[in-house]
Design a protein around this ligand. Structure first.
Ligand SMILES: Cc1ncc(COP(=O)(O)O)c(C=O)c1O
Length: 341
């Protein structure tokens, strides 16, 4: 039976979707609990949330388009840029390995994905991406830090791609930027063909509420706004994001846990002789080897759910493990040790 969505594992540690494993700020919970029946019955007014996000990101409100998760932003970009372009042979460039919904969005509008493989150790292939730009290129999906590798794209490389494709839109997907790295937002005024994508699912723990945003020059956002459902967000998400941004102590505390968790995962991989890649995000890619399905089942049996990345030709034998609350990471490490020692 095919049912919508991603099924939950039921019990155990959710280290498979890069969520915030510590939950969201208590301020969010308070604000959501305070919603009244009348507020829940009314279509939401987005303005205060747009202003709060704009303030947080250091841009004017008209540079912000709130989306139902960054997933929706990824999709709307494809619809507006590839679908409405009416270019029968429009191409979208995607450096791989990549966040899979990019490919679903490109396919949904009948465009062609041009995959650019990574350099050694998942280095960003800036020159190859630039060389892949053609007159048919309408969209480029960049992701820094990258899911699933955790690697950062150097700012000069982002800039090189943006400048090599002035006729295309370049999404700089910064879903994990809060954990390390510097946002490209401050370069947007010089680069009107670039769009930064952000989400409140990861660092802020709002994945269940679905809220993210696209940030770009208002003229760049205009065609994307035109294909965005007018009421794409619910009142709970709109309320939650404002409360999340008011709690300035939440993010530094969680980011510190993420850093510690990454270190513990690296140390465990070293002890166990597992290849892994140091990550700038809240997850670590680990090569567990040919018996990846058995390892995942054994971890599941111990209540630790990780993401299978082994079907991607660029990450054979690999799993991706969320690095969040340190106690959860310790449990994952114990489970790995029980399996591999
Ligand atoms: C690279 C990347 N972009 C975008 C998203 C979408 O985030 P959301 O739709 O939860 O805001 C994710 C989620 O896993 C991601 O990994």
């Amino acid at each position: 039976m095919i049912i919508q969505g991603i099924p939950s594992p039921g019990s155990g540690l959710r280290l498979h979707l890069n969520e915030n494993t510590g939950g969201c700020s208590p301020r969010v919970l308070e604000a959501v609990r305070a919603l009244t029946a009348d507020q829940l019955a009314a279509y939401p007014d987005y303005r205060a949330a747009v202003f709060a996000c704009a303030r947080h990101l250091g841009v004017d409100p008209e540079w912000v388009l709130l989306t139902n998760g960054l997933d929706e932003g990824v999709f709307l970009l494809a619809v507006s840029r590839l679908g409405r372009d009416k270019t029968p042979d429009a191409e979208a460039i995607v450096p791989v390995p990549a966040f899979e919904p990019y490919f679903a969005a490109i396919a949904a509008v009948g465009a062609t994905a041009v995959r650019v493989p990574p350099l050694a150790n998942f280095g960003f292939p800036a020159e190859d991406v630039v060389r892949s730009v053609t007159s048919r290129t309408a969209l480029v999906y960049l992701n820094t830090p990258n899911n699933p590798t955790g690697q950062v794209i150097a700012r000069e490389s982002v800039r090189a791609v943006v400048e090599a494709a002035p006729h295309a839109l370049v999404l700089v997907d910064e879903a994990y930027i809060e954990f390390a790295g510097r946002s490209f937002i401050d370069e947007l005024p010089q680069h009107h063909n670039a769009i930064v994508g952000r989400t409140f699912s990861k660092a802020y723990g709002l994945a269940g509420m679905r809220i993210g945003c696209l940030v770009a020059h208002p003229d760049t956002l205009a065609p994307i706004r035109a294909v965005t459902p007018v009421l794409n967000l619910n009142v709970v998400a709109v309320t939650a994001v404002q409360a999340a941004l008011e709690d300035s102590s939440f993010l530094p505390r969680y980011a510190a846990q993420v850093r510690q968790s990454r270190e513990r995962l690296y140390a465990a991989c070293q002890r166990l002789g597992l290849e892994h890649w140091e990550s700038a995000a809240n997850f670590v890619l680990v090569r567990v080897g040919d018996r990846v399905a058995d390892v995942i089942s054994a971890l599941d049996a111990r209540g630790v759910h990780v993401r299978d990345r082994s079907r991607d030709p660029h990450t054979p034998g690999c799993v991706r493990i969320t690095a969040g609350v340190v106690a959860h990471t310790d449990a994952a490490v114990s489970a790995l040790e029980a399996i591999f020692v």
